[in-house]
Design a protein around this ligand. Sequence first.
Ligand code: PGA
Ligand code: ZN
Length: 419
Amino acid sequence: MPQITAVQGRLVYNSRGSPTIEVDVTTDRRHVGRVSAPSGASVGMHEAIGFPSGGPEASLRILDENKTRMVGIDPTDIGEMHHVLREIDQTPNYARIGGSLAFALSIAAAESASLSEDLPLFAFLRSRPPLSTHATQPKFPYPLGNVLGGGAHAGPGTPDIQEILVCPNGAKTISDAIQTNLEVHAELRRVLQRIDPGFTGGKGDEGGWAPKLDNEQSLEAAARACENLGFTLGREVSLGVDFASSTQWDAEKRRYVYDRAGFENDVNAQLEFVSDIITRYKLIYAEDAVHEEAFEEMSYIRECFPDVLVTGDDLTVTNAGILSRAIDAESCNAAILKVNQAGGLYDALEFADLAAANGIKLVTSHRSGESTDSHISHIGVATDSKMLKVGVVGGERVAKLNELLRLQSLDLICGMAAL
Ligand code: PGA
Ligand code: ZN
């Protein structure tokens, strides 16, 4: 039986330059899994806590104090590491050890186990609990890329809407898909420079352009970039939007406050605002169109747009209990999978399994503060995710896309997921 022989943590930095933790897990003295934890800027209120009150240093101290409980366990049983983490931290949101520690430890253990079995990480994860519901043949998820960003990811003057995304839904191979997103991103810069010759080429946290334009002008520019390349929206490429509406929601006023554009929406006006954007820009993807507790309004959007991936992120926070509520209310037909929202890998895979069993499509996603790791590309393939939301440019984003290209060259995955 393979055994964990060493666990080592350290402090490193993420793409925003904020400190985070990295963990090495070694199996049988030679197979080293290494993972560092990402972090979000528009964080759902029910997500796992990133770090306990003492920050990354406190998580590292807890790791040092508890290492001996991990040495000797079998990392090929994903549930064992989960069990140890849950013995140390019984809070629902990893408030004691921090979700970042749960994330890094659990994925590093799985990576070292996959190396000990000489399997790519995605194949290792696919072949054992808690994943049980999946297609026989793994497929590539469509890369969903942020081409224009505002909201919590960019500064004043940028749109209130957090992300305008491109999906190359006509692509036949993963390399074509990545290339298409890169072309749209590059053409969008030219479009933005024509609109505003003073545009500096500044980008938001996820690599999308961050122009001084409002929501409407930004959507128009993204649509024009696709059309300039000869694409018909909704055919070869489609646009998506992460509204990240909890950022705008003012619970006291019970209104969505669009500070930058200078208007407010009551609940009904928000539904009209979102529906109008989905219709006019032929969106294939609409994330968090309403705030994180608006299960019923989400269900209204889902019902109006059965062909759009009406996706929960802050709504479902990779939490199986909350997803059950969304399933009962029929709030969404797709859900974001961010392992660090759940905390540990086991928790996130349980969420994925529940989604798959209920026909909810998965979108495995990066965070705005990322590492250069590429484990989530494997997690996206392992969970039959329809999309992998990882950005278009920036070293920490491209690292995930390049991993898909490596998998393509291994010939273990054929074709693209059916959207
Ligand atoms: P976050 O944003 O990582 O800053 O939370 C990403 C998203 O909302 O999808
Ligand atoms: Zn989101």
